[in-house]
Write a protein that binds this ligand. Structure first.
Ligand code: DQA
Length: 146
């Protein structure tokens, strides 16, 4: 059994009411529940965490060792700004997938740069909540061969 941790960055607690034309109408609780079912029914441990604070997200990534085998993260706006969170991933060396609900490449120019894309196992963008489930499947296939 491996542990997969899903981390949601700032403002993702507002999913459901936040710019639904961009982010859809599903709440974070619904997304987490589906991830929990997917990961636990595959026989693995699931944990979800959300914070609006950069230092709390850094702390969460740091505290993921030694228990967490794989991280799925939507860093929200910190995607485009946070060298500190990038450094946390480089520090712990836990493999991760970056997820974005919206297609960040089709939006403002400043959303096109990610501080995570080049160090992630992969990125899933623009597929809404389904992106998290696809990331979970990819994470499961990786922890199962590990
Ligand atoms: C987001 C895209 C980011 O640019 C934005 O700041 C978010 C959400 C997404 O899931 O599409 O908060 O990460």
């Amino acid at each position: 059994m491996s542990k997969i941790t899903v981390i949601h960055g700032p403002n993702l607690n507002l999913l459901g009411m936040r710019e639904p034309s961009l982010y859809g109408s599903e709440t974070l609780a619904t997304i987490n529940q589906r991830l929990e079912e997917t990961i636990e029914s595959a026989g693995h441990e699931f944990e979800a965490y959300q914070s609006n604070a950069e230092h709390e997200l850094v702390d969460k990534v740091q505290s993921a060792i030694p228990d967490t085998a794989f991280i799925i993260i939507n860093p929200g706006a910190f995607t485009h700004t946070s060298i500190a969170l990038r450094d946390a991933f480089l520090g712990v060396q836990i493999p991760f997938i970056e997820v974005h609900l919206s297609n960040v490449d089709s939006r403002e120019e400043f959303r096109r740069h990610s501080f995570f894309a080049d160090i992630a196992v992969g990125s899933i963008i623009g597929l809404g909540p389904q992106g998290y489930l696809l990331a979970a499947q990819a994470a499961l296939s990786r922890v199962e061969v590990a």
